[in-house]
Design a protein around this ligand. Structure first.
Ligand code: SF4
Ligand code: SF4
Length: 452
């Protein structure tokens, strides 16, 4: 095991609130009667719909085909019949075409019957890569970047280190923690598959030291693995962000606008590594993922293996609430997306559903900036959030771009420490969208970010 490390420069340590769900074993969520599966649930181009209303599908059937190199396949998560194809909002607020499937027949097991296990050691590297692409694997930590692209660096980028990301620094979320405890061996196999694919000897697994049981367990599993080390990390949000994790591991900074591969690194979330293992060994596409459903008013908080396309409402009906939810967030409180409606489907990048009560939300009314500078001190990429917000508010988009808007990793540290409860990160997300859409931001109220 390596010594304790952390990234330098900014960061915060919000209340973790992980004990609501971190002792609860992963269980299968109820099988939904209907799923709505977006064809755009990854970075890059939306998948092309290849089914139509009336098509009969089995779990794991391809329903959306990746378009071009930068896209990802999408599969049916339940067996049944396509009853509609709609265009609706996803958890991020963007619209996507969605395939609506109604369950029919008898449930055949979690992944469509007993799959055939094959050894990955004997598989050619191009076969492994094709399987990862075919399975529609994307980064399950939230970014949803297609994995087959991440593990296909250009020839001039020599990869020398793979970092497995088991940091899970977002408050409340515990799905990766449970995966390491319950699927640690499979995660390590997934890591070894990527080592073989990228011809990389060295790998490390980064885990924050608030997950001591996972550190000990993964370390025990790696005793015979000469080329895999465990890297315990001092708790400091947003340590799970790729660039911060690399900084903690190597002491080097990924340059502005650069990628981890510029430093010879590939970072992969532990859930993604499990998906890689299952794709290569069982030919299993991504049809489900573990979602932490949590919050003080959730009756049965826990980690639920959930079919992609299950609505948030279905999951909350299963978990139950002790009082009416004031705010529901897809993801954690720092980087998650507040939801206006609950008939929105879980997608590959949905790591959690956080439910907040009226009391927890009321404390966050936005006030004017008092120029305290707290947001500047905590920004892990050395930006000036208060200034960026003012420029964005004044529609000065060229200026806000110049001082680093696109370096913002949307970690929410600035919003978290702001005594005036200004939802800075929401302004930055909106600013980026406005710039991308080549429109100017009109000064209007944005939703407040919940703070735990
Ligand atoms: S400006 Fe961006 S990167 Fe900096 S603290 Fe705020 S959200 Fe995080
Ligand atoms: S933390 Fe909030 S109040 Fe303080 S300078 Fe930043 S935006 Fe202004």
């Amino acid at each position: 095991m390596l010594g304790l490390k952390r990234f330098r420069g900014g960061g915060v340590h919000p209340p973790e609130n992980k004990d609501l769900s971190n002792h609860n074993r992963i269980i299968n969520a109820d099988l939904p009667k209907v799923v709505k599966i977006p064809l755009q649930q990854h970075a890059g181009a939306a998948a092309k719909c290849i089914v139509e209303t009336g098509t009969e599908v089995k779990e794991g059937d391809l329903i959306g085909e990746a378009v071009g190199a930068f896209s990802a396949n999408v599969h049916a998560s339940i067996q049944g019949k396509v009853i509609d194809i709609v265009k609706e909002s996803t958890v991020t607020g963007f619209e996507s075409e969605m395939v609506v499937i109604e369950f029919e027949g008898t449930f055949q097991g979690q992944i469509g019957g007993q799959p055939l296990k094959v050894s990955w050691e004997g598989q050619a590297r191009d076969v492994i890569l094709k399987k990862i692409r075919a399975a529609g694997i994307v980064g399950l930590g939230g970014a949803a970047f297609p994995t087959h692209i991440k593990v296909s660096p250009p020839e001039d980028k020599k990869i020398e280190l793979i970092v497995a990301n088991g940091v899970e620094c977002e408050p409340y979320l515990t799905c990766d923690h449970r995966l390491m405890l319950e699927k640690g061996m499979e995660i390590i196999e997934g890591l070894k598959i990527l080592q073989r694919l990228l011809r990389v000897d060295k790998a490390i697994i980064g885990i924050e030291n608030n997950k001591q049981d996972a550190i000990q367990y993964m370390d025990a599993l790696c005793q015979k693995e000469e080329n895999i080390d465990i890297l315990p990390l001092k708790v400091n949000y947003p340590q799970g962000a790729e660039k911060q994790l690399i900084h903690a591991a190597l002491g080097k900074e990924v340059p502005s606008g650069g990628l981890p591969m510029d430093l010879g690194c590939v970072v992969s979330n532990v859930g993604t590594l499990l998906a890689v293992y299952e794709a290569v060994v069982f030919d299993k596409p991504i049809t489900d993922r573990v979602v932490t459903v949590t919050g003080t008013i959730v009756k049965k908080p826990g980690n639920y293996k959930t079919k992609i396309g299950t609505t948030i409402q279905d999951l909350l009906d299963e978990c139950g609430l002790t009082e009416e939810a004031e705010k529901v967030i897809a993801g954690g409180p720092m980087m998650g997306f507040a939801q206006q409606f609950l008939d929105i489907p879980i997608v590959k990048g949905t790591s959690g559903i956080l439910v907040l009560s009226q009391k927890e939300v009321e404390a966050n009314e936005e006030q004017p900036c008092i120029r305290c500078g707290a947001c500047i001190r905590v920004c892990p990429v050395y930006l000036m959030p208060c200034t960026m917000k003012e420029l964005a508010n004044a529609n000065l988009f060229d200026e806000v771009k110049e001082i680093g808007l696109f370096d913002c990793i949307e970690c929410g540290c600035c919003s978290y420490v702001c005594p005036s409860k200004i939802p800075l990160v929401q302004y930055f997300r909106l600013g980026k969208l406005m710039i991308k859409a080549e429109k100017h931001y009109i000064n209007h109220k944005v939703p407040t970010i919940p703070i735990s």
